[in-house]
Write a protein that binds this ligand. Structure first.
Ligand code: FAD
Length: 362
C-alpha cells in the first residue's frame, strides 16, 4: 500500500493500515519532511463538537483515540485543557446539539480572567474533552514509532498517479515509479497538483487560508481554551511555546498552497483584533505576529474519504477544513475500513502498536 502525504492524516492512516493488516507493506511518500505541510502550522486544538451528526461521531471517535494514545504514551505532546465556550444566549440550544454529550456543557460558574468584557446577551459555558497538541511533534513521534514497519520516503515528490489493473503507478520525482495495489492520496491542500488534479476535480474541494495570531503573553498552568462559538474563533494557551494563540475565521478562499504568504498581513491583524476586542480588549493589543497557511475544505462540510476508482483501490482522504488534527483518527479509521473492505462498525484496532506487536508473518 502507498500513502501520498505524511501529514497528520497520512501518518495516522499508515498507523491504522498496519494495525488492520499487520503483514502489509506500507510506504508513505512526501515531497517534504514528515509533518512539513499544513500539519507544521496547525494550532492543534481539539474541542468536543461537530456541526453535523456525522462530524460529531468522528469527533467522539477521535477524542477517544487521542486520549488512549496519550494515556499509553505519556511523553506525547497532547495536553488536556479546561474549556470555556462563549456564545450568545440564544445559541444555547445550538450549543447543546453541537457539543458531544460527554463534554457535559454547563453554565460557567466563573469566567476566565482573560474575558474582561463579555457583551450583553452573551453567556459562558464550561465543559470537558478539550485538548491541544503540538501536531508536528506528535506526527513525527507517531511516524518514528511506525518505522521500520512502515517505509517513509521523505523528500520524494509524486509527479504522477495512474490507476491501472495492477494498482496505481506513482511516478516519483526522485526517479522511477512505485506501483501499489492500494493507494491513498492524503495531500492536504495540494489537491490541485497536476498528478491528481483530474482525479480529484469531481470532489469540488476548495482551499482556504487559515490564520492564527500569536499573543506575546505567557499562559499560566491553569489557563484553558476559550471558544467563541458565534465567531468560530478560539483562544489557546500555547503552554509549550510560552504564549497565547488566537485563531479566527479568515475568509480568503481558493488560495494556492505553493504561493501562500506565511506572513501575517495588516488585514489579518485588524480582522483578529476586531473579534478579540469584543471580549478581551487587553489581549487584542497583544496580537502582534502569528502563522498563516491554508487547508482543504469539503464544500459539503466535514472531511472527505472517497474512492477515486471503481475498484476502490485508490482513495482520497482529507479536506478536513481546519479540523484535520482533531478528526484525523476518525478519517484514518474510515479510510482503512474502505481500503480493507471491512464492514461498517468493525473499525480496525487502534490499540497498542508498540514495537514487536502486529509484526505480522515475515
Ligand atoms: C494555521 C492553522 C491552524 C490550524 N489549527 C487547527 C486546529 O486547531 N485544530 C485542528 O484540528 N486543525 C487545525 N488546522 C488544520 C489542520 O492542521 C489540517 O487539517 C491538517 O494538518 C491536515 O493534515 P493533512 O495530513 O491532510 O495535510 P498536510 O499536513 O498538508 O499533509 C499533506 C502532505 O502531502 C504532501 N504532498 C503534497 N503534494 C505532494 C506530492 N505531489 N508528492 C508528495 N507529497 C506531497 C505535503 O508535502 C504534505 O506534507 C490548522 C491549520 C492551519 C494552517
Amino acid at each position: 500500500m502507498a500513502v501520498v502525504g505524511a501529514g497528520v492524516i497520512g501518518t495516522l492512516i499508515a498507523r491504522e493500515l498496519i494495525a488492520a493488516e499487520p503483514g502489509t507493506s506500507v510506504t508513505v511518500l512526501d515531497r517534504e519532511l514528515i509533518a512539513g505541510g499544513t500539519t507544521r502550522r496547525s494550532a492543534g486544538l481539539h474541542f468536543p463538537r461537530g456541526a453535523s451528526p456525522a462530524v460529531r461521531a468522528m469527533a467522539a471517535e477521535s477524542q477517544r483515540y487521542w486520549a488512549e494514545l496519550a494515556a499509553a504514551r505519556p511523553g506525547l505532546p497532547v495536553h488536556p485543557l479546561p474549556m470555556t465556550v462563549v456564545a450568545s444566549r440564544g445559541a444555547e440550544a445550538e450549543l447543546r446539539e453541537a457539543y458531544l454529550p460527554e463534554a457535559g456543557l454547563r453554565p460557567a460558574r466563573e469566567l476566565p480572567p482573560q474575558l474582561t468584557e463579555v457583551p450583553e446577551g452573551s453567556a459562558c459555558w464550561t465543559g470537558e474533552g478539550c485538548q491541544y497538541a503540538d501536531v508536528p511533534a506528535l506526527t513525527q513521534a507517531v511516524a518514528a514509532e511506525l518505522r521500520p514497519r512502515v517505509r517513509f520516503l521523505e523528500g520524494v515528490g509524486v509527479t504522477g498517479a495512474a490507476p491501472g489493473p495492477a494498482g496505481t503507478v506513482l511516478t516519483l520525482g526522485s526517479g522511477g515509479t512505485l506501483t501499489a495495489a492500494r493507494t491513498v492520496l492524503a495531500p492536504g491542500p495540494w489537491t490541485a497538483h497536476p498528478a491528481w488534479r483530474e482525479l480529484l476535480a469531481p470532489l469540488g474541494i476548495r482551499v482556504k487560508k487559515i490564520v492564527a495570531l500569536h499573543l506575546e503573553l505567557p499562559p499560566s498552568p491553569d489557563d484553558g481554551a476559550i471558544v467563541f462559538h458565534d465567531e468560530d474563533a478560539f483562544l489557546l494557551p500555547y503552554r509549550h511555546r510560552g504564549h497565547w494563540l488566537f485563531s479566527y475565521t479568515c475568509q480568503e478562499w481558493d488560495v494556492d498552497p505553493d504561493s501562500v504568504d506565511p506572513g501575517v498581513s495588516a488585514v489579518h491583524r485588524a480582522e483578529a483584533v476586531a473579534v478579540l476586542r469584543r471580549y478581551a480588549p487587553r489581549l487584542a493589543d497583544r496580537c502582534v505576529s502569528g502563522r498563516v497557511f491554508c487547508d482543504a475544505y469539503n464544500p459539503a462540510g466535514g472531511p472527505l474519504v472517497r474512492p477515486l476508482t471503481g475498484d476502490g483501490n485508490l482513495l482520497f482522504a482529507g479536506a478536513a477544513g481546519g479540523s484535520g488534527y482533531r478528526l484525523a483518527p476518525a478519517i484514518a479509521a474510515e479510510t482503512v475500513r474502505l481500503l480493507t473492505k471491512r464492514p461498517a462498525g468493525r473499525p480496525p484496532s487502534t490499540a497498542d502498536l508498540s514495537p514487536n506487536r502486529n509484526q505480522g508473518p515475515s
